[in-house]
Design a protein around this ligand. Sequence first.
Ligand code: UDP
Ligand code: UDP
Length: 339
Amino acid sequence: MSISHRERPTIHHRPTSRIPGGIIQRRMRTVVTGGAGFVGSHLVDALMARGDEVIVIDNFFTGRKENVAHHLDNPRFELIRHDVVQPILLEMNVVSFGNSSTFGIHDSSRHKTNVIGTLNMLGLAKRIKARFLITSTSEVYGDPLEHPQKESYWGHVNPIGVRSCYDEGKRTAETLTMDYSRTEGVEVRIARIFNTYGPRMCLDDGRVVSNFVSQTLRKQPMTIYGDGKQTRSFQYVSDLVDGLMALMEGKHIGPFNLGNPGEFTVLELAQVVKETIDPNATIEFKKNTADDPQKRKPDISKAKELLNWEPKIQLRDGLPLMMLDFKNRILKGGGDIDK
Ligand code: UDP
Ligand code: UDP
């Protein structure tokens, strides 16, 4: 994903708007790929709220129209069904790319999106001199040997493992981004997003927080893969959006870790879900997948110092907000909540 500068002089076709007091304000036109998805749609909300024109490109593999339905009547908003693996011609100031997530699927189509999609969006940003923000991932650190992970850590990734398509795809996306910055002069920003949860996550995407919340609401046991001692750090989506906006508007390329340093084992997460959502929730152990990172926790000192950003919402406060959204959607989707 990425964003642009108000003071950049190169864009002449930028729309303007008159704000109270008669001051003419330049309006950003921002493209958000994956903007109908979980993270993308929250970013779109923030951009719309600050007055941008927003063009969402989504192939709707995992994105949902409902996530942006509240903007469809707004003349500042456009929605395009398109797969960024194919080239596209658009005019804008900022491209925010890379809202694809693992969603439990580590396959070659995601690799293609991350590599060819990034290349196409970089080509687009180059042609029209837009700023380019890529949402990379903590998965670039692989199964890290350094803990917590700093941006300077190069990672520990198995190039032929079951997760490699995603990890290596994002690593290549970062490589391409930096190459276009150095050789083509594209203005870029890189975010490395750590595990994020919140309203609008796919109910059944296989991610741990969405699984545990859906399972608990459906009165099914929470599935713990392996012994549950592996750790993750869970960030509420509005904190991430604040970080992305700060990165887009700031002058630093990054990469920046954007995540909540509060670290939980998967077992502890299950306990928090039980305490905050349903005291009768149960757990069930299942076999884990290969190459599952054992530990993950961001070192966010760089983002704190240079972006003046840090997350505000802790897991116990964020989970109930996500639960309300999941409850509504599970009820709408067939009422299997009390099974
Ligand atoms: N591209 C695009 N939209 C544009 C400009 C480029 O989708 O507005 C794609 C283009 O098809 C190419 C990629 O971005 O596959 C990289 O473009 P670039 O101009 O950097 O490379 P080249 O086309 O010279 O290989
Ligand atoms: N996990 C789990 N039960 C689930 C889904 C995931 O125990 O129902 C574990 C998974 O093995 C991993 C952690 O939770 O150790 C986070 O998984 P997720 O897919 O959410 O994120 P990622 O592994 O991509 O960080």
